[in-house]
Each structure stands twice: as structure tokens, then as C-alpha cells.
Design a protein around this ligand. Structure first.
Ligand code: ATP
Ligand code: MG
Length: 556
């Protein structure tokens, strides 16, 4: 599937880049991915990563990884590490060293001084409350602060003293002097520096003033020579501010700012803040819980980088709403796994079968993939006692049933045709064992004089290995858990999102390393757990995705 897709589907950003290269405006492009290290990356970020790094790859340009580390209280080294790991795991490499907005703190400070000298920034003493009152609304213009017309000398003095820690946190800010009556609220003298005594992961306690995101972002882009600065649509209203800061200082570069729509995925959430809440309140086992839409969660679940990149390609890049059903992501993963996962058998819900005429039965060899003989093969052992999937037997079968029933026959995958003679029940009437016979003439051959349609998978009890198998369902019970501001999205957590069963697997997977992917025939794609699986000792599999789109079916 992925190999047939066009190399690059065009979009409006590509058209802009094509035009910029054709007109000679740029000779090559430089993009950046600018996460804040305040949480683990999620599927929305994967879209942005594929876009920014993908453009750089396709146009033989460069893409920087730059941490927007301007909010010290919320940021950590753990987050910064995980982000680097996620970007590389997705298959991308940034240009040169990792960059940090904090590397530019001194330059950012000097540019602020430059703005003050030009009369374009001032220190404001209004309280946050008063500042809100002065800001106005969407329909009413704001009012000038009484401190707006301070002299350059006074502003320089106050700003220097802000830096040197003479004022309390939150008591003053530096604001860009733009226009309190602008219809764009972002241009109503936005704060560009605030006082915050917080330990910073990179600069420690060196600074007690920190630049604001909008101010930092445009200057960082300019300092790095970014040509196309691509953000999500909520920054559209910030673009004028971005340009205004750059127009008014002496950095010799003018990156252009473009916006595309955020990815929203149904039945999950894409906000680091809310994902953090899930972790903190222990609704999940951690950021990399396989139910999380984080890159590390998807990785642990068994999603492939190729599958996620394919998903990004399929959803495209535009300015229109990008709310996507989970089924689109799962289809991309499934399509990728189909061609590369080895196929073996496993039993999730075992029902014991005793073969009454076992003597003389043989085992057969089977390939690991029908289209890839080079993946090799193994012997699928047969035995006197087997496990089959309990759901593959019905005492009173529904119409059209092709699996096992009393007196009926099925083909055991890679083995014999088997007839069920008797269902053994316990005192409560529950079926605990089947007694079956095989047709010895059907190993690798069709039975004589009749057709057997159903094929079920099985394991030989003697040879099967026990395994912990983790089955996942949607994390939330509604498509948009965070759409109602009045209701905590955790209300909609799906209590059945994780089911752990003790199952059985073929012994050929015994030494699989963590993060090995298999198709368990008829059950789905599975991946050995990155954390808990121990080769040869403790087998732990996560179900990555089912074989068919079972949700779409459920929904009719
Ligand atoms: P969150 O709200 O989850 O914290 P964010 O936008 O604050 O997301 P950043 O670390 O600032 O997170 O994001 C880094 C980059 O990823 C930004 O360029 C941002 O536009 C992009 N991004 C974040 N979420 C999405 C999304 N859902 N779809 C597409 N791009 C996204
Ligand atoms: Mg952000």
C-alpha cells in the first residue's frame, strides 16, 4: 500500500515553497519543529513533525529541532529527552545540534533593549487584573496604560532592574507598544517579558525574567534563518505580532509564517496538558501507556514509524478542519504491518481439545508469511491435546456458522481436518473440553468426498508457551471527550479500555526481543512489550490493532 502512494502529495505549503524556489526568493528551505518540553509528544505533533521534517527532506533543505523552553515551571529534561527520542524514532534527524530558545536569552534581551530604545516597548506596572480591564474585548478597543508613555531612559532603567531581580514576580512586565485599539487583540501591547523566579532546566537561576512565546518564537526563527515557519491555525492571529517584532529589529532575515489546521483524533485527546492529567491522576500507567495517543504510547503498542508517516500523508495538510477518525490511523498501521509482520498462532481464550485418534498424527511446516518466503518457516506442532479459541466453538451455532460445532468439521490451520464428537461440561453446564477426531488423510490435502469450509487456529498444549496478552479498546467512550468545557473529559474514560488475559503462543516466539511485531492469525497484530516482556522468560504482548476494522462494523 504505502509503496504505491505518490512520493509527496502536494498541499498549499508546498505550493508556496515551489513558488519561493522558482522566483529565487529562497535557494533552499529551512523549517523547524518547535516543541515546548512540557510533556510527551502526541499524534498531533507527529503530523507537524512529518510536515516540517518531511518538507526539509523532500526539498533537500534543513529542519531544526528547537525547544521552546520559555516556561521553566512546566518544563523538564525528561520531556526534552523523550521528544528527541520520538522524533528520531519517527525516522527524522534535525540539522546540527538540538537548539533551545534559551540559547538566545541574551540576544532576546538585547533585542528588547533595542525595542525600548526605539520607543517600541515599555515597562508596565499594572496588575494582571488591571491589565485585563485595559485590554478591551473583541468589540471594544482597549485603553492605554498610564505607564505607556514612560521615557526611554526610565524604561531602560526599569527593564535592567527587572533583570537584576529588584522586583517581585508578576509586579511588572515589558510590553511591546503597538496599538491598544487594534481589532486584533494580540496586537494590543502584548507582554513580551515577565518576571518569574523559577529554576530553568538549561539556564538554572541565571534569569528571573523570561521572554514570552510570541516574542521568542519569531526572533528564534530569524536567528536560525528559518524560511518557512509553519504553525497550527490558532497562531494565525499572532502572525501580525510575529511580523511586527521582526520588522522592528535588526535581524537580517524575515521568515514567513504559515498556518495549517491541527489534527484532532476521535475517541482521544490531543493536548499535552490533558494527557498530563491522565498520567497524574493515574488513569493510565504513564505517558507511554499503549492506550495513550502519545508517540511513545503508540510505539509501545506496536505502531510503526512507517505506519504513522503514512497516516500523516493520508490526512494531508490544509487549513480546513482536520478531525479524523481513529479508523484512519489504524488502517495506515494495519496496511504497514500486513506486509512485514511474521504470522504465527496464539490463543486468547483457550478451550481444550482432546484428539481421540491421535496416534500416528504428524506436524507440518508452515511459512511465516504467505507472500514472503524469505521470512522463513517453522514446524507447527500437533499434539494429543490442543487449545482452540473458545469462540470458535458453538454448541448451538447461528445461521451460516463455519467454525466448529458438535458433529461438525473444521480445518485446523496448517494441519488436519477435525470433527467434534463430544462437548464435556462441568457441573454448571459450562463447556470445559471438546473431544474430537482427526481425518488422518487430510494433512495438507482436501478431504475426500466433502468440502470443509471453516479454518480455525490452534496450538498444541504441550508445545504452547503461556503469555500475558493485553487487549486495548478506545480510551474514551465518546468521539470528542473534551468538547464540553463544563464536563471533565475523564468522565468519558472507557472502563474497558484494557483487558489483560493469560493466553498461549507458539513456542517459536520464545526468544523474541522487546518490540517484535507479529500477526497472530485471525486475532490481530501484536507487539512484545518494550518494558515488561522478557525474552525466554516472561512473554508479554500488546494488541496493536485488530485485523479488520471492528469499530466501523460495530457502528454499522
Ligand atoms: P499541546 O496543546 O498539546 O501542548 P502545543 O501546540 O502547545 O500542543 P507545542 O510543543 O508548542 O505543543 O507544539 C510543537 C509544534 O507541534 C507546534 O508547531 C504545534 O503547532 C504543533 N502541534 C501541536 N499540536 C498539534 C496538532 N494537534 N496537530 C498538528 N500540529 C500540532
Ligand atoms: Mg505550546
Amino acid at each position: 500500500m504505502s509503496s504505491d502512494a505518490p512520493v509527496a502529495v502536494s498541499n498549499f505549503i508546498r505550493s508556496i515553497i515551489d513558488a519561493d524556489l522558482a522566483s529565487g526568493k529562497h535557494r533552499s528551505i529551512v523549517t523547524r519543529f518547535p516543541p515546548e518540553p512540557n510533556g510527551y509528544l502526541h499524534i498531533g505533533h507527529a503530523k507537524s513533525i512529518c510536515l516540517n521534517f518531511g518538507l526539509a527532506q523532500d526539498y533537500h533543505g534543513k529542519c531544526n529541532l528547537r525547544f521552546d523552553d520559555t516556561n521553566p515551571e512546566k518544563e523538564s529534561e525528561e520531556y526534552a529527552q523523550s521528544i528527541q527520542e520520538d522524533v528520531q524514532w519517527l525516522g527524522f534527524q534535525w540539522d546540527g545540534e538540538v537548539r533551545w530558545a534559551s540559547d538566545y536569552f541574551e540576544q532576546l534581551y538585547q533585542f528588547a533593549v533595542e525595542l525600548i530604545n526605539k520607543g517600541l516597548a515599555y515597562v508596565d506596572d499594572l496588575t494582571p487584573e488591571q491589565m485585563r480591564e485595559h485590554r478591551g474585548t473583541l468589540t471594544l478597543p482597549g485603553k492605554n496604560s498610564p505607564y505607556r508613555d514612560r521615557s526611554v531612559t526610565e524604561n531602560l532603567d526599569l527593564f535592567t532592574r527587572m533583570r537584576h531581580g529588584e522586583f517581585a514576580d508578576g509586579s511588572r512586565v515589558l510590553r511591546a507598544k503597538i496599538d491598544m485599539a487594534s481589532p486584533n487583540i494580540n496586537l494590543r501591547d502584548p507582554a513580551i517579558y515577565r518576571i518569574r523566579r523559577a529554576h530553568h532546566i538549561r539556564t538554572g537561576d541565571k534569569w528571573c525574567i523570561y521572554p514570552m512565546y510570541d516574542y521568542t518564537h519569531c526572533i528564534s526563527d530569524a536567528l536560525e534563518g528559518i524560511t518557512h515557519s509553519i504553525c497550527t491555525l490558532e497562531f494565525e492571529d499572532h502572525r501580525r505580532l510575529y511580523e511586527s517584532v521582526l520588522d522592528n529589529n535588526t535581524i537580517p532575515c524575515n521568515p514567513r509564517h504559515y498556518q495549517f489546521s491541527r489534527l484532532e483524533l476521535h475517541y482521544t485527546i490531543t493536548s499535552k496538558r490533558k494527557l498530563l492529567q491522565l498520567v497524574n491522576e493515574k488513569h493510565v500507567s504513564g505517558w507511554d501507556d499503549p492506550r495513550m495517543p502519545t508517540i511513545s504510547g503508540m510505539r509501545r503498542r506496536g505502531y510503526t514509524p512507517e505506519g504513522i508517516r503514512e497516516f500523516a500523508k493520508r490526512i494531508g495538510v490544509s487549513k480546513s478542519d482536520n478531525t479524523v477518525d481513529m479508523a484512519v490511523l489504524e488502517a495506515a498501521i494495519r496496511d504497514d504491518l500486513e506486509t512485514r509482520a511474521l504470522r504465527v498462532m496464539a490463543i486468547i481464550k483457550p478451550l481444550k481439545v482432546t484428539i481421540t485418534n491421535f496416534d500416528g498424527a504428524q506436524s507440518r511446516e508452515a511459512g511465516f508469511h504467505p507472500n514472503h518466503p524469505e521470512f522463513g518457516s517453522r514446524v507447527v506442532p500437533f499434539g494429543r491435546e490442543l487449545f482452540i479459541e473458545a469462540d470458535d466453538f458453538a454448541e448451538v451455532p447461528p445461521a451460516g456458522w463455519q467454525r466448529l460445532t458438535l458433529g461438525g468439521e473444521v480445518r485446523l490451520r496448517y494441519s488436519y481436518v477435525m470433527r467434534c464428537e463430544e462437548a464435556v461440561k462441568d457441573a454448571t453446564g459450562k463447556i470445559i473440553e471438546l473431544r474430537c477426531s482427526i481425518d488422518h488423510k487430510t494433512l495438507g490435502k482436501n478431504p475426500e468426498g466433502r468440502k470443509v469450509k471453516g479454518v480455525i487456529h490452534f496450538l498444541s498444549c504441550e508445545h504452547a508457551l503461556p503469555a500475558e496478552i493485553r487487549l486495548y479498546d478506545r480510551l474514551f467512550t465518546v468521539p470528542e471527550p473534551d468538547s464540553d468545557r463544563e464536563v471533565d473529559f475523564c468522565t468519558y474514560l472507557n472502563p474497558a479500555s484494557l483487558t489483560v488475559v493469560q493466553g498461549w503462543v507458539e513456542s517459536c516466539v520464545k526468544d523474541a526481543q522487546p518490540e517484535t511485531r507479529y500477526q497472530f492469525e485471525r486475532l490481530g497484530y501484536f507487539c512484545t512489550d518494550r518494558r515488561d516482556h522478557q525474552p525466554g522468560k516472561k512473554l508479554v504482548f500488546n494488541r496493536t490493532v485488530t485485523l479488520k476494522d471492528s469499530w466501523a462494523k460495530e457502528q454499522g
